[in-house]
Ligand binder design. Sequence first.
Ligand SMILES: Cc1ncc(COP(=O)(O)O)c(C=O)c1O
Length: 375
Amino acid sequence: MSIPYGRQSIDESDIAAVVETLTTDWLTMGPKVTGFESAIAALAVTPGAVAVSSGTAALHCAYAGAGVGAGDEVITSPMTFVATAATAIAQGATVRFADVQADTANIDPESVSALVGSKTRVIAAVDYAGHPADLDELGAIARGSNALLLEDAAHSIASTYRGRPVGSIADLTAFSFFPTKNLTTAEGGAVVSTDPELLERARRFRSHGMVRDREKLRYPDEGPWHQEVHEFGLNYRLPDVLSALGTSQLLRIAQFKTRRTAIFERYSEELANVDRLVLPTRRDYVDPMWHLFPVRVRDGRRREVFDYLRDHGVLVQVNYIPAYWHPVFEDLGYRRGMCPVAEHFYEEEISLPMYAGLTESDQGVVIDTLRAALA
Ligand SMILES: Cc1ncc(COP(=O)(O)O)c(C=O)c1O
């Protein structure tokens, strides 16, 4: 028996929602999509939401919504999945990596300030492990330099920052609904924005850049079938079948959060005095929906502890190698050593199992196995 580091929580109501949708006229582009978008917008307290086919698609639509293109710079964190940077590059931008804070592993506003300039179009923060980044400070830097703040909230849907829900703060926010995330649609994601115009542009990008409103058409008298592409987009639509799963999952989001919080607290208590182990911190002004439980192992013992846990059925993960360590960045001239705090964090990090369905006894196994690894 092994314990994964993350997994989905699917119940009978989720299954019923998907099956019911399969019997309707709309498998995609129908009412379950708009229903899911309304539910996301209500949770994030935003004027609207755009459901898309992955978190990567959400980021790509967000950069397109922000108007990112060739000649622009995007500043982001290296402590993320490669998609945060890759989608900016797909839009033709140059990515600059700012170092992170040693404790939260979130992008450090001071290192962002050192990189920001006239070419900066977007500052893309990542809410590592579900803990919101310093959004007020980052928003102020963005506003001061005519840039937009994008929050990669792949880990942090349902987290709050200074009492405000994630999604309601940054100019654009991107969510992921991959199975290990806080809620799932199998593959899926969403973009929200505090600015309806940015959201509309992201929405067009999701579906080929297609314009249908008569008043926006360049050739409105072409005929009733007519639609136009004004800016290129792609097909990043989320089908109704998966949107129905998302809406069903959202009904249990508070339950998921309660469970993840309890798991976080138990790890924090029971691992508090383990030698060579550093536990995640929480700033007192955030209330995270914990996606990961990232511990750090001191004295160069990370690999040994990782192997021990895996050999004993605890399928831990490492999140993340600094994004610019990927050879594709190396080939573009990015070099190791650029963000020393992130590199040091990576060298010590292990993500322990964290998901709503993790049983108390399995969490006990994780704790005991980790203690034994470090004994
Ligand atoms: C921080 C971060 N950004 C973006 C993504 C991309 O999301 P997806 O896998 O849904 O494309 C992920 C998920 O892997 C992620 O963890």
